[in-house]
Design a protein around this ligand. Structure first.
Ligand code: ZN
Length: 283
């Protein structure tokens, strides 16, 4: 046998040795194909079995519920005035003669939560600067347990809403002063649009429609909107207003503000005013 023939023989032997392995591999592959074919068949069977009629939408789920307003793009940020170690007006010292225990931070938080619900009913996306329980520590620059106006303005700008409404309770030495005031600011160069005044006007009108006030003092209780400079309306980039819902120093206003139905009507009025404003923008 010469060297050439040796190589040929070796090749033949190698092919013969590999043949069973190849046959085995082919067999396994066919088996596995068959198996997967069976599984597909089973899947088809199962699909036929579980072919149920279309699911019925659950009541009260988002847009499916009849009567729910269309989802809007706008984000409305609600700022409940004061809170934590800052009780605001009507803290028992300023309104001691009324003895009605109106605390601004409690009334503003109660109305803010209702306003959140009312805005969401109308399809708005919402957020709150705080929940009255946890002070946003990243904006608590001075480290005290109060959420001061400058800190709020920074917080509001970080959330970057389309509209911001800050809820407050008023106070005056003159106990006859009463009624709501919607305040806005246009002068800030940081304002990205000129919506603040027309939105404030819309809210003032809607509060007038929704909120029944029983105050009969001689200063009256006309709902007005007016210019004022506050950090939360001045130093924020978004359109914004600050609402003084009534006077803790006025007996009738104070009694009203403690009533849940009055708080609800105020929340409805503010939400409706905001909705009307954005509706008018779309026209
Ligand atoms: Zn206040």
């Amino acid at each position: 046998m010469n060297g050439h023939c040796k190589i040929r023989l070796h090749r033949l032997l190698a092919v013969l040795m590999l043949l069973p392995i190849l046959l085995c591999a082919l067999c396994l592959s066919a088996c596995s194909k068959k198996k997967s074919g069976n599984e597909e068949g089973k899947k088809e069977e199962q699909h036929e079995v579980i072919d149920l009629p279309p699911a019925v939408p659950a009541m009260g789920v988002g847009r499916i519920m009849p009567g729910v307003w269309a989802q809007r793009e706008e984000l409305v940020l609600i700022d409940p005035g004061h809170g934590f170690d800052d009780p605001g007006n009507g803290d028992g010292e300023k309104s001691w003669w009324l003895n009605l225990d109106v605390r601004e931070r409690d009334v503003t938080l109660a109305v803010a939560k209702m306003l959140k619900e009312e805005l969401e009913k109308r399809g708005f996306r919402t957020a709150m600067t705080h929940d009255g329980v946890t002070l946003p520590q990243e904006f608590n620059y001075d480290g005290n347990n109060k959420f001061n106006p400058d800190e709020r303005a920074a917080c509001i700008n970080s959330i970057s809403p389309d509209y911001m409404v800050s809820i407050h309770v008023n106070y005056a030495e003159n106990q006859e002063a009463c009624g709501a005031i919607v305040l806005y600011n246009l002068t800030s160069s940081s304002k990205w649009n000129d919506w603040s005044e027309p939105a404030a006007e819309s809210i003032a009108e809607a509060i007038d429609d929704y909120v029944v006030t029983s105050a009969t003092t001689k200063l009256g209780n006309e709902i007005i909107y007016d210019f004022a400079s506050y950090a939360v309306t001045r130093d924020t980039h978004c359109a914004a207003c600050l609402i003084e819902m009534g006077y803790a120093s006025n007996e009738v206003d104070a009694q009203d503000m403690l009533r849940e139905d009055w708080q609800r009507s105020m929340a409805e009025g503010i939400a409706e005013g905001i909705a009307r404003f954005f509706d008018s923008m779309e026209e």
